[in-house]
Design a protein around this ligand. Sequence first.
Ligand code: NAD
Ligand code: ZN
Length: 368
Amino acid sequence: MRKTYSTTAGTTQVIVECEGLGSTGRYLTAIDAMPKPDRAVLVTDETVGPLYGATLSDSLAKVGIEVHDYRIPPGEASKSLQALGQLYTFFAQCRLARDGLVIALGGGVVSDLAGLAAATWMRGVPFAILPTTLEAQIDAAIGGKTAVNIPEGKNLVGVFYQPALVLIDPSCLETLDPRDVRAGLAESVKHAVITSADFLSWHETNAEAMVALHRPTITELVERNVGIKIGIVQRDPLERTGERMTLNFGHTIGHAIEACCGYSLRHGECVALGMLAVCRLSRLMGLLSDSAVDRVEALLERLDLPTRWATTVPFDRIMEVIVQDKKSRGSRVQWVLLEDFGRTRITSDVDETLIREAYQSIVETPRP
Ligand SMILES: NC(=O)c1ccc[n+]([C@@H]2O[C@H](COP(=O)([O-])OP(=O)(O)OC[C@H]3O[C@@H](n4cnc5c(N)ncnc54)[C@H](O)[C@@H]3O)[C@@H](O)[C@H]2O)c1
Ligand SMILES: [Zn+2]
């Protein structure tokens, strides 16, 4: 698959190709809008670098691009102002200028950090993403959002900046922890639920093949998700019309669970719980049918994603986190509800007793 999309933040060529990583140099030099870079800073993490760094560096060297390697410790803690500062220092040491390039090889942590660095270094140098997690391939790499975290909240410092190239190689997913694959699949379920009953049925037909990373199936899954995200981003590039907000489906409660679980759950697992809770909330508000809620629950179960959270975290704490998060962002809590597959409704007018009931439905209190 090859697709070019443009927003006010720039133009991006997206390529999905199994084992395409080794062709990166060739694809980069073929982008008309970007002069051939003389050097590139390759930003990756200490897990992904040893797996795929050499293939990528070789392909860049073949087309005469000098590569400077930069590795960060894996994990969310690397999305910090301190890590950003260290990366700027490295850029200076490599004499990276506007005719250079920043390449992110890794998951969303790497691409969010490297993207912000690329966007702000000398007011913007060309940027490319080679996403290696499912989360990054179907979500973080598309849409031009970059960010780091500060103690007051996640992703509070960032800009919109489009990479010139996003090269997605689904074969890279084969070295991922299977739990990370399933967590990424939760975002695919989210895209299906909010945009298309047909894509939801496709998930039901292909659930086992997806989990097993059957190459044609996972490639089709990535391509369809990329198409959906590009469509939404193009119609609402800067989150102004509300359409892009539908991508927060399942994330309001999901993020609160993530903040309260002490990193015992993956982001996608929290989103799975959040999606089920908000489906139940939509049901309690009389918007969604029982059978639709049951279908989402059954699919999440088949993908081995959580549908129950064993916790003692009370509802009031979850609500506190939700409200506090919105306060830091200067906005009100907006709920993305579901009316049917492919039909969402955004509202801030939701009765808290129903949110409580929906939350209780996904919680089981562990026995002492
Ligand atoms: N910019 C956006 O629009 C956007 C969207 C969604 C998420 N995000 C951000 O993305 C981040 C999460 O990204 P993520 O889920 O990709 O996690 P991640 O980047 O932390 O990667 C997860 C783990 O997988 C390892 N890994 C990555 N690729 C691998 C591979 N192919 N084989 C083996 N191990 C591999 C990493 O080293 C890491 O330990 C969050 O910070 C989130 O805020 C951004
Ligand atoms: Zn998400």
